[in-house]
Design a protein around this ligand. Structure first.
Ligand code: CDP
Length: 217
């Protein structure tokens, strides 16, 4: 598989929590030999700083976003449930989003990139070479997130219900904010992944990129 024509393509991958954007984006970046940017990590790192400083994610974040350094994104404690919630809270502040915007654009412009997040196709790279919106039902996403965190499927209905509630709450918060809400760009290709595994999703995306003339086999 190779890229053709476009020197620095930017592929935008958006979607709700735990839809498999990260897995797809990483595999696609490997396949196309493009850098990969997980923009969720930026919001998680801001949230982590706020929590570490004893701040309130509903009110704090802009200062922490401006202070962000690359080491913040390499921390190993960015994927805890507490950080899921705090990241979604700090992501509501327009000043936080503004502070992170140029960083994301700069990364993508330098050598092209596969970029995953919530507003990549709508706000960060409205002119992206290709845009995908990856979704699945809340139940499927909750199961996937549970396996990711615990290394085994969630067996108890109560655990599953708790995970579904957390995912729905975060999606609701992400979709209802005024600045850069979670929503598909008009020109995004939507892929529902309930019945697809990671390899199927990658295949489908590569097929679409081929049809669009962005890559060739
Ligand atoms: O991996 P998961 O889908 O659970 O979340 P993530 O992509 O790491 O994003 C964590 C949180 O950051 C989201 O719930 C959003 O509130 C926020 N986010 C955002 O607002 N815009 C982005 N481009 C990426 C993440």
């Amino acid at each position: 598989m190779s890229r053709r024509g476009m020197k620095y393509p930017v592929i935008a991958i958006d979607g709700p929590a735990a839809a498999g954007k990260g897995t797809l984006a990483r595999q696609l970046a490997d396949t196309l030999e493009l850098p990969y940017l997980d923009t969720g990590l930026l919001y998680r790192a801001v949230a982590r700083r706020v929590l570490d400083q004893g701040g309130d994610p509903a009110h704090d974040g802009p200062e922490q976003a401006r202070q962000l350094v690359p080491e913040d994104m390499r921390r190993t404690d960015l994927r805890e449930p507490e950080v899921d919630r705090a990241a979604s809270a700090v992501a509501r502040h327009p000043e936080v989003r503004e502070a992170l915007l140029e960083r994301q654009r700069h990364f993508g412009r330098a050598r092209g990139a596969v970029v995953d997040g919530r507003d990549i196709g709508t706000v960060v790279f409205p002119d992206a070479t290709a845009k995908f919106f990856i979704t699945a039902s809340a139940e499927v996403r909750a199961q996937r997130r549970y396996v990711q965190r615990h290394g085994q499927p969630c067996m108890s209905p109560a655990q599953l219900a708790e995970e579904v509630a957390a995912i729905n709450a975060r999606d609701q918060q992400d979709a209802s904010r005024e600045t850069a809400p979670l929503r598909p760009a008009e020109d995004a290709v939507q892929i529902v992944t309930d019945d697809l595994d990671a390899a199927d999703v990658l295949d489908r995306v590569c097929q679409i990129l081929q049809e669009k003339g962005i890559i060739r086999r």
